[in-house]
Write a protein that binds this ligand. Structure first.
Ligand code: NAD
Length: 360
């Protein structure tokens, strides 16, 4: 029986529409091969939404997203909107989308593709075979904890305060996402905290240990964040899935991403409790190359694969797309950002055509 999914497309600004067009073609082709039907609905977000409606996230867009099975976002922003007041900036739309869909889990893979291994700043033998997923808590911790602010201290000087706080339920929900993610991967989960110093981290560790009883097939380990940072660059192959709080995750996910050396290749996912997740490349709208058929569409295509795997539970379709991306890289096709000697330079559209061919 044909399975049907409603997908909201937020193409946004800059290279967004170019790379989104490729991802949509790829999904249509995989859908027809695996008997999956995608109903795509376009909605406005970012600079393009500001120009048409005055708001970076119009209410109609949020409603469309809330009513869909998953949201595929390209990228938003650009020079034109950089000087607007904060509430009208494209990035404000992104925060509104996260809040409106209650997205509390951010999944950032760092996978070394053998064809692009020389793009990494680390030695080949250190990064070869690296395949890490960082699961970061997105809506709690020190970025949101109260009290926060800059206050007048009794001594007369100013005192800045931020509070790192997590409740048991906040830890449990991100913990469960992480255990389930590890189950879909190699079954190893490393929880990162600072439990030797921070009480909030002690609670984090206690809850994660309790949760582990529900996931006997997942092997759980713990690292302090300072050691985790060290291990990531020393021997990253030891990691499968990492789970951590908002602040530590912000830092470690960027460090892990840089192991790969190529930002045009990295997808990400943000998930909520039950509603639709948002899937998007890590890179921005690259206004410097927009409209020139130079963009690398692979992070967008891999975001569509993540959407199929983690948002729509269609691992076979995700596998197919990821295999096609590997194949075009094996064939030597490269956009400008990942170009190397002896490879075939292609633009965004030609890269898309190569993927469709690989899928066929
Ligand atoms: P960027 O990621 O857009 O670009 C950084 C550099 O990488 C540029 O040289 C760009 O050409 C290149 N690049 C990025 N993606 C590429 C791709 N797919 N193919 C080839 N080259 C690629 O970051 P930036 O320049 O700091 O930001 C540009 C705009 O994007 C800003 O307005 C920023 O606010 C916005 N932004 C949006 C998001 C998002 O939508 N989630 C994330 C980051 C930045």
């Amino acid at each position: 029986m044909t399975q049907s999914f409603r997908i909201t497309l937020l193409s946004g600004d800059g290279i967004g529409p170019e790379i989104m067009a490729i991802a949509v073609d790829v999904m249509k082709q995989v859908g027809s091969q695996l008997d999956l039907r995608f109903e795509f609905q376009e909605a406005l977000m970012g600079g393009v939404a500001i120009d048409e409606t005055g708001s970076p996230l119009p209410e109609a867009t949020l409603k469309t997203c809330q009513d869909s099975d998953a949201v595929l976002l390209a990228a938003i922003g650009g020079y034109k909107w950089d000087t607007l007041p904060r509430h009208q900036r494209p990035e404000t739309g992104l925060l509104g989308l996260r809040a409106g869909l209650k997205l509390f889990a951010n999944l950032r893979p760092a996978t070394i593709l053998p064809q692009l291994i020389d793009a990494s700043s680390l030695k080949r033998e250190v990064v070869e075979g690296v395949d890490i997923m960082v699961v970061r808590e997105l809506t709690g911790g020190i970025y949101f904890g109260e009290p926060k602010g800059i206050f007048q201290a009794e001594t007369g000087e100013k005192r800045g305060v931020s509070t790192m706080a997590y409740t048991e339920s906040e830890i449990d929900r991100i913990g469960r996402v992480a255990f389930e993610t590890a189950q879909k991967r190699q079954g190893r989960l490393c929880s990162v905290d600072k439990a030797n110093v921070l009480e909030v981290s002690q609670l984090w560790r206690d809850r994660i240990i309790d949760l582990a009883a529900d996931y006997p097939d997942v092997e759980l380990s713990h690292l302090y964040v300072d050691n985790a940072a060290m291990q990531l660059v020393r021997w990253p192959k030891q990691f499968d899935t990492i789970v951590t709080g908002n602040l530590f995750g912000d830092i470690l996910s960027d460090a892990a991403a840089m192991l790969t050396g190529s930002i045009g290749m990295l997808p990400s996912a943000s998930l909520g409790a039950d509603g639709p997740g948002v899937f998007e490349p890590v890179h921005g709208s690259a206004p410097d190359i927009a409209g020139q058929d130079k963009a690398n569409p692979l992070a967008q295509v891999l975001s569509a694969a993540m959407m199929l795997r983690y948002g729509l539970d269609q691992p076979a379709a995700a596998d197919k797309i990821e295999a096609a991306v590997t194949q075009v890289l094996d064939q030597g096709y490269r956009t400008g950002d990942i170009m190397a000697e002896g490879m075939t330079a292609v633009g965004c559209k030609a890269m898309g055509e190569a993927i469709l061919k690989a899928l066929a």
